[in-house]
Design a protein around this ligand. Sequence first.
Ligand code: 2PG
Ligand code: MG
Length: 388
Amino acid sequence: MIKDITGFKIFNSRGEPTILIRTTTDRGTFYGSAPSGASVGRYEAKTLNIEKSLRILRRIKVNFIGLREEDFEVLDEMVVQLAGENFENIGSHLGFALSSSFLKAATLNEPYTYFKSLSFPYPIGNVVGGGKHGGGTDIQEFHLIPTKVKSIEEAVWTNIEGIKRIKEELSKLGKLYGKNDENALVSDLDDEKTLEILSKVARELDAKIGIDVAAGELWDHKKGKYVYRKTNKELTPVEQLDFMKELINRWNIYYVEDPFNEDDFKKFSELRKWRKRILICGDDLHATNVKRLKISIKYDACNSTIVKPNQIGTIGSAIKFSEFANENGIKTVLSHRSGETNDWIIADLSLGLSPFIKTGVWGGERLAKLNRLIELWHRIEKPRMAKL
Ligand code: 2PG
Ligand code: MG
């Protein structure tokens, strides 16, 4: 039974305030904390000022006290009901942190036990970054994706070895300037030169390449164009489509996230129809929202989707979204946010729900999730990587 819920202000990896929730039950004390995005889509659940959310928590916590923590779905649905249409009543930080602590309370701190069938996700590792996360490139993220590995440890190692080799290459060129919000490397090489180095290292390690264009951040609504500051070009949606095709062909890209802004289902579907065998992934396009995924399915816009629980407000809603995606043959990618805490719950969720996890390569808050997966690999009977 839930005895008390307390909230505190803590800070995320970008130094922004966020919420830590402590739920106390007869069986123990369970914590949940919320991440934050920098490239935030228009259709995400609303965030509120942290102090305000903490005041709201003091008012609403009576609703939960005395209830059975084993009934995770009931508790999560109560959070959704209290939150209002788009989370404007409580904010998504509070929603995420509450539902995370509830799932941990229900499972005695082992959220992966909530799921029947478990397989380990392939990590999509952000190795070079730019855009809103800081860095020289217009494209927000360049990924390594080791899809041929036999264990999660080998997968995590491949991405770490990869980022080390890229670091060395950039350093040799005098183009290494540090790390960004997600601990991806920062340089001022343009998108194409970055892909050249990435593809060399990917070949050496037998890994695949991905990009998160985060095109909503490049899109200038007034001009009706995608604005690339670094390379000084402005592309119409048709030219953007051609540019994406050119990059995919030239660099043999396997995973493309948000190649167009979040309202252009049509261009997503044109790209998807052009090259069926690669993953076209919607992040801001879907915003972890079943209603938006249904539109996407009608257009055949994507065969993959990002899942970020704080985009929809609670862990329970993100689980429902993932299950709906899985039923419709859409490959899910459980994802961190650029501003993270050391909470590892998305690792457990990926184990039950997704063939991929996107959670950086190194840095404490990113490794918290990856190391949790390694730990679970050694705990679960007959662990196996997901089928792709
Ligand atoms: C993204 C995410 C995570 P942010 O766009 O996929 O990498 O970034 O959390 O800033 O939205
Ligand atoms: Mg994204």
